[in-house]
Design a binder for this molecule. Structure first.
Ligand code: GBH
Length: 459
């Protein structure tokens, strides 16, 4: 449709994909149920001092045993899509196809059937951070052999679930996997290299899974597959300067996949900084064949977005690592707080980011695969910040780019990674002091379901 055919004000395309999301480790629990293997998040959360209050994912929201309740909540919301992820070690306990754990697969088959019966289409993420511990023991994403293990895992999922799943996401937020999972100086002697190496392998793994789907499954299954990238909007702190905002964040992954190869700016900056520091070049290179093979491995642009940062140039001298190679970032004191220190309510940012993606990456179809806000402290079901957040962010989404879907993070309060259960992103409150883990709608359920019902905003 040409621009003149887009809805003018207040409403979305008729086929707008309204969705909400979760991730396996954050909701499933059943950490050793029915033959599941351990993941790096089982290990991490059982390591004292790693997760706030010693919280683990052992039970989480117990979704492994509560499929029916979860589907009922989705129905009440009125979403036509549900984004969830597969726990790799639930279906392949040691990460390899040497042993397939049928009961684990059965959980997902049943979930998918129940969703379809309820008129809800599954959107399935293959990797939302819970790597099988067995693969981590081989070096995890630092080891290039992961490209093959990931592709074999993807192959199994496409063949077993693909007849009923039409929407696939290879990786959730490779940026976070590379940076928070492997960065920050744990590896002597050159901490700068590890995130770049991990990212390199993640990009290749994504591309191989995309090609596999494209060559072997697309014709018969007719689905779509892409990657989900996260990005803050980077607003220049100096309003008179357009800093080079994106090359080290969104561009790190988007440039190879949507344009081809790492950007020149990224390559040059890192090369020069490595040389100056007397270190080996830290950004791995793609061969010309690899550049070709990776470029174009997308069916849409998957985007997770939450907040905005003010960015500014910063000189870290001879330090050479991911942080030092990029830009500095701060918050504006006037932005409304949430329950997470990193997340300020900045609705203008989502529009600017969407327009940036439109202009930089060839006006792709965009699926917003996560957007949402947290609270912490005492429970208040009248979650005014979240009501405001959804209304104002979704309203900004109306203005500009080719957005085909919007996904609220999250369906329910869940295991918020290193913050444990202390920060709550849910549309539904999960009562953790009740053994039944009762789910209760917050007022924002009305806000979001009204937007869905109106396909936008009331005139
Ligand atoms: C998403 O990541 C995740 O996909 C989802 O699983 C998660 O529940 C949701 O966000 C809410 O956090 O504390 O300063 O070290 C969004 C990207 C990555 C942003 C981790 C916050 C921690 C910043 N997030 N990051 S800090």
């Amino acid at each position: 449709a040409g621009e003149d055919e887009l809805p003018l004000y207040g409403h979305f395309r008729d086929d707008m994909m309204w969705s909400t999301a979760t991730a396996s480790f954050q909701i499933e629990g059943g950490w050793r149920a029915d033959g599941k293997g351990l993941s790096i998040w089982d290990t991490f959360s059982h390591t004292p001092g790693k997760v706030k209050n010693g919280d683990t994912g052992d039970v989480a929201c117990d979704s492994y045993h509560r499929t029916d309740e979860d589907v009922r909540m989705l129905q009440a919301l009125g979403v036509k899509y549900y984004r969830f992820s597969i726990s790799w070690s639930r279906v392949l306990p040691d990460g390899t196809t040497a042993h397939v754990n049928e009961p684990g697969l059965k959980y997902y088959e049943n979930l998918i059937d129940k969703l379809l019966q309820a008129g809800i289409e599954p959107q399935v993420t293959l990797y939302h951070w819970d790597l099988p511990q067995g693969l981590e023991n081989m070096g995890g994403w630092q080891n290039v052999i992961m490209v093959e293990y990931f592709t074999q895992y993807a192959d199994l999922m496409f063949s077993r679930l693909g007849p009923k799943v039409k929407r696939w996401i290879t990786f959730n937020e490779p940026y976070i996997v590379a940076n928070l999972g492997y960065g920050y100086g744990n590896f002597a002697p050159d901490p700068g290299v590890i995130p770049y190496v991990v990212a390199h392998h993640l990009i290749k793994s994504h591309a191989e899974a995309w090609h596999l789907y494209n060559d072997k499954y697309r014709a018969a299954q007719g689905g779509q597959i892409s990657i989900t990238l996260n990005a803050d909007w980077a607003e220049p702190r100096n309003p008179y300067k357009q800093e080079d905002i994106d090359q080290f964040f969104l561009g790190w992954f988007a440039h190879p996949i949507y344009i081809g190869d790492y950007s020149e700016i990224m390559k040059t900056t890192i090369r020069e900084r490595s040389l100056a520091a007397g270190l080996p070049k830290s950004l791995p290179e793609f061969t010309p064949e690899e550049v070709q093979r990776i470029n174009g491995t997308h069916d849409y642009f998957g985007l997770n977005h939450y907040t905005t940062k003010l960015i500014f140039p910063i000189d870290y001298g001879l330090q050479q690592n991911y942080d030092a190679d990029g830009v500095g970032a701060v918050d504006d004191w006037s932005w409304l707080d949430s329950g997470s220190s990193w997340l300020k309510v900045t609705p203008f940012g989502i529009r600017r980011l969407l327009n940036h993606i439109k202009n930089t990456y060839g006006n792709p179809q965009i699926l917003i695969t996560e957007n949402g806000v947290s609270e912490k402290g005492p429970v208040d079901l009248n979650d005014v910040v979240r009501q405001h957040y959804y209304n104002s962010y979704i309203n900004e989404v109306l203005k500009g780019a080719d957005v085909r879907g919007y996904t609220a993070w999250s369906l329910m309060d869940n295991f918020e990674w290193a913050e444990g259960y202390s920060e709550r992103f849910g549309l539904y409150f999960v009562n953790r002091s009740d053994p039944k883990l009762t789910r209760t709608p917050k007022v924002s359920v009305q806000t979001f379901s009204t937007i869905i019902r109106c396909n936008g905003f009331v005139d």
